[in-house]
Design a protein around this ligand. Structure first.
Ligand code: ADP
Ligand code: MG
Length: 456
């Protein structure tokens, strides 16, 4: 994706999150430059004051918006622009990066991705241990190291941590971190400008080659060939090679057999989606990195989302932080629910819980809800209970009917429809239904029974 496209995408998201005045004041004077295989985004600002202010107030938000627009994590930095670099009209025409192959610079490693900032759980323990081992003793034990796992499970974080750790403990060592896509593009450039020799030299002198998202090489014969030779040269010289992929070598379509065997020489480790405890720990760590103390309750709520992709979970966090800061409100469970809203997966609730909670809320008995009295005071709460039973449990319409004193499934369907319609036109009822739902989903059996005691 091109820099203007990324900036455009990010701007759209920013506009939706800040007031027009804020946007006008703080974001219109900015422009964007992408660096290092598009892993680092430099936001150009008019002066120091701007840089500080933006970093502090909108740093996380920009980070998120840009990464989302780019489709991958970007390390965002701020730089005071030379006056010529900044004209409002330039917003959509960011400064171009030079096409020539850039020198190897450790700066391409995101400094935030270290072993210290990586939370260990069952899902990633082995992968982390293997990475630490190769970072400590490169080229010795596991060469190559092949890390595979789904999107947002920490592949880039870990492979970067290897580079950061290596540089810290082997000063003067040469690391190259890049995506397989970057490798490919560079190779194409090199071929076009007759720079193959330079390209090969550049890659063959490194002590530690970290190539991210190797699945990109699928079906690219020329790149695979070049990588094969690079691999052999480095391996023979005892240099460390680490690659990541979203699949195992055997599952990468169009990966040459000789490369596949090379990958299988070493160690293959996988990353699994984190369990709830690990998710909580990660969220709290990410929050702490932003100087935020995320309550256990909120972290748990987010961790209960079925989402395993940590980047997505972080995205929730960014939105929550942004909205809480713009609206000047605290991060409560309520706010979080509103922000994460439609993506929220509810706690498993039983029909019995729905019945007793709705009964308490409306000052009725469960038997009223199960009965057949047709007065509005009873029939409306009954329909609310049907609606919530449908929404919060996995029960089918006939099952719900049976639990409501043996009613026909069509009665349930009608009841649910009725409430859905009313929720649109009747804000008071909507609020009542929402608060009942909250009682039920908050792990709120205690909440419900508290209400029952005092409410009836
Ligand atoms: P992938 O490359 O596998 O798609 P990333 O390495 O980009 O995933 O991770 C996505 C986000 O999740 C990053 O911000 C990363 O720091 C974070 N992350 C993933 N796993 C962990 C972990 N175990 N501890 C802390 N942060 C993690
Ligand atoms: Mg990645």
């Amino acid at each position: 994706m091109s820099t203007p496209d990324i900036w455009l995408g990010a701007s759209q998201q920013l506009r939706s999150l800040v007031s027009p005045q804020e946007y006008e004041t703080w974001f219109t004077p900015l422009s964007l430059r992408l660096e290092e295989d598009e892993e680092r985004a430099v936001v150009l600002v008019p002066n120091r004051f701007y840089a500080d202010w933006i970093r502090e107030r909108y740093g996380a938000l920009l980070d998120h918006a840009l990464s989302q627009a780019a489709g991958h994590a970007l390390a965002v930095d701020f730089e005071v622009a030379a006056s010529t670099e900044l004209a409002p009209a330039q917003l959509a025409r960011p400064v171009a990066t030079p096409p020539a192959p850039r020198p190897l610079a450790p700066a391409s490693l995101n400094p935030r991705y270290t072993f210290d900032t990586f939370v260990v759980g069952n899902c990633n323990e082995l992968a982390r241990a293997a990475c630490l081992a190769v970072a400590d003793q490169p080229g010795r034990q596991y060469n190559p190291l092949f890390i595979f796992g789904g999107a947002g499970l920490g592949k880039t974080h870990l492979i970067t941590a290897v580079g950061n750790h290596f540089l810290l403990h082997h000063p003067g060592g040469l690391v190259h971190y890049g995506s397989a896509e970057g490798f490919t593009n560079e190779l194409i450039q090199a071929m076009r400008f007759d720079g193959i020799a330079r390209f090969q030299e550049k890659y063959r002198q490194v002590d530690c080659l970290l190539l991210d998202d190797i699945q990109f090489l699928a079906g690219r014969e020329r790149t695979q060939e070049e990588f094969f030779h690079t691999f052999n040269a480095l391996h023979q010289a005892g240099r460390q090679i680490v690659v990541t992929s979203d699949k195992m070598p055997k599952d990468i379509p169009g990966l040459e057999k000789r490369l596949r065997t090379r990958f299988e020489w070493g160690l293959m480790v996988d990353l699994q989606p984190p369990d709830e405890e690990t998710k909580i720990a990660i969220l709290q760590k990410k929050a702490a990195e932003r100087g935020l103390d995320l309550s256990r309750k909120v972290a748990t709520f987010l961790a209960k989302q079925p989402e395993g992709n940590i980047r997505v979970l972080e995205g929730y966090l960014t939105r929550i932080v942004a909205i809480s800061s713009f609206q000047g409100v605290e991060i409560t469970l309520d706010l979080v629910r509103r922000v994460v809203g439609p993506l929220v997966s509810e706690r498993q609730v039983s029909i019995e819980e729905v019945l007793s909670t709705v009964a308490s809320q409306f000052g009725l008995k469960v038997s009223d809800l199960k009965g057949s009295r047709k007065t509005r005071e009873v029939s409306q709460p009954r329909q609310v209970a049907m609606y919530l039973a449908r929404r919060l449990t996995r029960a089918s319409f006939p099952e719900i009917g049976r639990s409501f004193g043996g009613k026909d499934h069509s009665t349930v369907v009608k009841g649910v429809k009725k409430i859905e319609e009313m929720l649109r036109d009747n804000p008071d009822l909507a609020e009542l239904v929402r608060s009942t739902e909250r009682l039920l989903t908050e792990g709120g059996v205690s909440g419900a029974s508290r209400l029952k005691d005092g409410g009836v």
